[in-house]
Design a protein around this ligand. Structure first.
Ligand code: NAD
Ligand code: DAU
Length: 378
């Protein structure tokens, strides 16, 4: 098989193509990958509200990093990027990621998470077919997914493992489950060398303050109420984002094609426990705050519709087979995270006020490949 318009076999470069690399986990992955000297990265990101190139300002002039603003649903763009950069792998983060938004407006989730993944798979399949056999051997399509595809657990149930049947409950989870199934089908039907990871809740630097932990930090610092859904006894299994980045690096280098790997750090906490810990850290780290004790800001609000009660991840396959281990406990990771948000108050201010879109316009228009037009051949 050949890419349209090509007659010769393509030889991979050492770069990888990342989608959604300007988001929370994607930007942490890009920084980790470049710091580890693993090779060059081409980052394709549409820059929705959740994408922020400011996260990657420290590497934007690096010869090993290239940013392309564009949509994974744009087949022509994706195909031209693969032809031009000849990546040895695709790491697919791009998605609509917030459950609450998926309840209010599921359309964007179906478009990006399902149609976008389909578009990427088709382009990847054609590209893979054009590679020389040695490059086919090492090519990987790594699909970054979530534990939410497994549905919800009772308090006594064992943690999700790789064989747990899919039972997604929210529009977000259903769209991610659909994308996982597409990846599986492209692997089995067309031989695309894919691997899927299903990870638990991440937290850490650069997380958009719509998600639980950064929202609680941002609101508490401003004396705003801390909205706890329902009774606050829902359980999530928390993983520091740097540990997720190292897990993905491990899977990319040593994971077996066709396998799925669950990723998690074994940190189950109820939402109320999480909020209490954030408040205690803020009491300690911001002793002059006039909103102390911050826990007084908690406000119980109407529950999320269809709210999953508990997630927990069994990551023993990843640990035993590939030797990965999370480095941060919930306590060390959360302290690092709170300190990061305290030191980066302007980042929160920029993303909540929308100022980063101005920053983006000033920094990214008319500068070659940083705008989509620079990558297009038409
Ligand atoms: P995020 O919302 O912070 O970032 C998503 C990124 O994708 C943004 O930069 C956005 O601009 C980009 N994007 C969205 N639509 C796009 C499109 N059509 N084309 C190109 N780019 C597009 O998300 P995140 O929390 O970093 O999650 C990244 C991935 O990891 C997602 O696939 C998510 O399902 C998965 N995941 C997230 C978590 C978590 O706790 N956040 C846990 C497990 C898995
Ligand atoms: O489990 C992995 C998933 O974790 C990822 O796939 C998703 O992309 C990511 O957003 C996250 O989903 P959650 O819905 O678990 O994350 P969120 O931060 O939105 O909520 C965490 C818990 O906190 C959840 O039980 C809902 C609750 N919550 C959330 C918010 C924003 C509150 O009680 N109050 C809030 O204001």
């Amino acid at each position: 098989m050949r890419l349209a318009g090509t007659t010769e076999e393509i030889t991979c470069s050492d770069s990888i193509l990342v989608t959604g690399g300007a988001g929370f986990i994607g930007s942490n992955f890009v920084l980790d990958w470049l710091a580890a000297g693993c090779g060059a990265i081409v980052n394709l990101d549409k820059l929705t509200y959740a994408g922020n190139p400011e996260n990657l300002a420290s590497v934007e002039n690096s010869a090993a990093y290239r940013f392309v603003q564009g949509d994974i649903c744009d087949a022509e763009l994706v195909t031209s990027l693969l032809q031009k950069h000849k990546p040895r792998a695709i790491v697919h983060f791009a998605a609509e990621s917030h459950v609450d938004r998926s309840i209010v407006g599921p359309e964007a989730f179906l478009r990006t998470n399902i149609d976008g993944t389909f578009t990427l798979l088709q382009a990847a399949r054609a590209y893979y077919g054009s590679l020389a056999s040695a490059d086919q051997e090492r090519f990987r399509f790594l699909h970054v997914s979530t534990d939410e595809v497994y549905g919800t657990l009772t308090p006594e149930a064992p943690a999700f493992h790789e064989e747990t049947p899919y039972a997604p409950n929210s529009p977000y989870a259903a769209s991610k489950a659909a994308s996982d199934h597409l990846v599986r089908a492209w692997l089995h039907t067309y031989g695309l060398p894919a691997i899927i990871t299903n990870c638990s809740n991440n937290y850490g630097p650069y997380q958009f303050p719509e998600k639980l932990i950064p929202l609680m930090i941002a609101n508490a610092l401003q004396g705003k109420s801390l909205p706890v859904y329902g009774d606050g006894q829902q359980v999530r299994d928390w993983l520091y984002v740097g540990d997720h980045a190292s897990a993905l690096r491990t899977v990319l280098e040593r994971g077996r094609v066709g396998e799925t790997y669950n990723v998690g750090g074994g940190n189950q906490r109820s939402n109320l426990e999480v909020v209490k810990t954030v408040c205690a850290l803020l009491d300690e780290l911001v002793p002059e705050s006039k909103f102390k004790p911050h826990l007084q800001l908690v406000k119980y609000v109407t529950d999320r519709p269809g709210h999953d009660r508990r997630y927990a991840i069994d990551a023993r396959k990843l640990e035993a087979e590939l030797g990965w281990r999370a480095q941060e406990s919930f306590e060390t990771g959360l302290r690092k995270t709170v300190v990061w948000y305290l030191r980066n108050a302007s980042w929160v201010e920029n993303v909540t006020s929308g100022a980063y879109h101005q920053w983006m316009t000033q920094n990214y228009s008319g500068r070659g490949e940083k705008v989509a037009a620079g990558e297009r051949t038409r």
